[in-house]
Design a protein around this ligand. Structure first.
Ligand SMILES: Cc1cc2nc3c(=O)[nH]c(=O)nc-3n(C[C@H](O)[C@H](O)[C@H](O)COP(=O)(O)OP(=O)(O)OC[C@H]3O[C@@H](n4cnc5c(N)ncnc54)[C@H](O)[C@@H]3O)c2cc1C
Length: 520
């Protein structure tokens, strides 16, 4: 890890770059967003004081991420009017929470939702309800005001920016040929219904099962796809969507990324169709807000679910009320665990065998999200103009999105850049122990390759570290019997979380939340 981003080093950079001494000094970098000490309450063996409060609910949902909020909504639509939600953090939304620096909204985690495909019918129905999708002359059309504005993406290669995220290659090169064959390979496996999102609605086949037995990297090797530009891009896509590299995710997952959405377009093979996607300065917190609003006082934040016990008449949940510093005892007919499965396994007493097996099969990727408040946009290099998503070729980071990209102002001014990094699991201890300054420095070292003046533009750096951000779709997870059993559980204790899909995207979480309210 490189040296810390100290106030002195930033001021030094500013002085070298000729800033006036009147400029306010940059603030030290800080961690935001996660209350790790609350998570520590979950450690086994902690003695609990006697409950100070008794509460009742027909349905109690634990975890107010997208899955939990969707579950609460789904039960409500079935006429259950006392659905309550307990959320560990003070702010609901889980990985889809937002943040703000100096009044400028920015994401803490998830930041976009593609226009949903046909299998994500509950997502589409809800988007109609909140006005993001409309029916016009019999066709479904997205509300363009919320679609990502153009230009959407660019990549920094050899000192210049190029449009799109695929590294530019000579049309006659081996890399270009391999890109064309990879496009054909994606088209070959993209049979109708084969790669749906949510994935469990895909039509499973021997071919898909085989793809789920090997890593994407091994599959690419076997097919002869070895061009560095193609391999870097595919690896980037895996890290960006799944939090892990191509040698870790399954070939099924690597292909699903393209086949379930927009396909793969080789350069020169017709105009690459831009994926229609919704995004907002605060990322998917815009969506989260629409799910939270109807919950009113039935959403209880700052409540750490500590113990879930099935009893003869229902389920008892003991939760720690952080503000009240006391234990609450809840009695519910049905409890939905809408939290990561490794947390569920810790708090459910006598956990079902499927829960143990699912946790043993899953691995979670750590992520770092760095929000950098700039006093002015960074100087640009030649080539494609500033875009929503800006990626550096060869980087281990995932680039940055610009919070002001959706602004309609013609003049670029102060902004917040949100830089993303999916880290190898081995780096989790360093992420959790490291200083915010040191991690900011790593992010700046990376981005300064494209924007050398960036370090002196930064006024504040606010970082979110996700220790177990998302389940990695490793080989063997699709159709894993333990995950399928948890998804199907319709007793008093039920499960709804992206983990059930073995990967983490909005469509999976929302659908899991809707399905958990359905009868078996
Ligand atoms: C950095 C990052 C970027 C992402 N970007 C995108 C994106 O752009 N688009 C996209 O579709 N997806 C993205 N994702 C995936 C994202 O995880 C999903 O879209 C979705 O938000 C997951 O929701 P969930 O409800 O399944 O899980 P979570 O978000 O994990 O929700 C679980 C909730 O349970 C709470 N909880 C945990 N333990 C307890 C307890 N003991 N008691 C009470 N509550 C508890 C947590 O605080 C949390 O609020 C991203 C994820 C990350 C980490």
């Amino acid at each position: 890890m490189s040296g810390g981003l100290t106030r002195r080093s930033l001021l030094g950079a500013a002085a070298l770059a000729g800033c006036t001494p009147r400029e306010a000094p940059p603030a030290p970098a800080v961690w935001v967003g996660a209350s790790h000490e609350r998570g520590h309450l979950l450690r086994e063996g902690a003695a609990l004081p006697a409950p100070a409060v008794q509460r009742r609910a027909s349905v109690l949902v634990l975890g107010a991420g997208i899955a939990g909020l969707a579950a609460a909504r789904a039960f409500g639509r079935q006429g259950v009017d006392d659905v309550h939600l307990l959320e560990l953090e003070d702010q609901p939304g889980g990985n889809s929470r937002g943040h703000a620096i100096a009044g400028m909204a920015c994401p803490l985690g998830a930041h976009y939702l593609p226009v949903p495909g046909g299998a994500a019918r509950e997502v589409a129905e809800w988007l109609h309800e909140i006005g993001l999708l409309k029916t016009h002359l019999g066709r479904t059309v997205p509300d363009e005001r919320h679609l990502c504005h153009s230009p959407q993406e660019r990549i920094f290669v050899d000192g210049a920016w190029a449009e799109g995220l695929l590294p530019p290659v000579d049309p006659g090169s081996a890399a270009a040929r391999q890109m064309r064959s990879f496009a054909q390979a994606v088209a070959r496996v993209s049979k109708p219904g084969a790669f749906e999102l949510p994935a469990h609605r895909s039509r499973w086949s021997a071919e898909l099962a085989a793809l789920d037995t090997v890593s994407f990297a091994r599959w690419l090797d076997a097919q002869g796809f070895d061009a560095p530009e193609l391999r870097w891009y595919l690896d980037y896509c895996c890290r960006d969507d799944y939090g892990a590299a191509a040698d870790t995710v399954s070939a099924w997952a690597g292909l699903h990324y393209f086949a379930s959405r927009h396909g793969f377009h080789a350069p020169g093979e017709g105009e690459a169709e831009r994926e229609g996607l919704f995004t907002w300065p605060e990322g998917n917190a815009w969506l989260t807000k629409r799910l939270i609003e109807p919950m009113g006082e039935r959403l209880h934040t700052g409540r750490v679910a500590l113990r879930v016990t099935e009893q003869r008449q229902g389920v008892e949940v003991l939760a720690w009320d952080v503000a009240g510093q006391r234990v609450e005892a809840w009695q519910a007919q049905t409890v939905v665990l809408a939290l990561p499965l490794f947390v569920a396994a810790r708090i459910v007493q006598d956990p079902p065998e499927a829960l143990r097996q699912a946790v043993a099969a899953l691995a979670w990727a750590p992520w770092l999200v760095a929000n950098l408040q700039l006093d002015a946009p960074p100087l640009d290099r030649p080539g494609a103009p500033p875009s929503w998503d800006n990626v550096i070729y060869g980087s281990t980071g995932l680039g940055y999105v610009d919070a002001m990209h959706q602004s309609l102002s013609a003049v670029r001014s102060a902004t917040v850049l949100t830089a993303y990094r999916a880290l190898p699991q081995a780096e989790r201890p360093a992420l959790l122990a490291g200083s915010a300054d040191a991690w900011t420095q790593q992010v700046l070292d990376d981005l300064a390759r494209a924007h050398p003046d960036l370090p002196r533009r930064v006024r504040r750096a606010e970082l979110m570290r996700w220790g177990h951000a998302m389940a990695i779709p490793r080989p063997g997870l699709q159709r894993h019997p333990a995950l399928a059993a948890l998804r199907a559980a319709r007793g008093r204790i039920r499960f709804a979380h992206a983990d059930l899909a073995g990967c983490s995207v909005f469509e999976e979480s929302f659908t899991a939340g809707c399905e958990v309210a359905q009868p078996a």
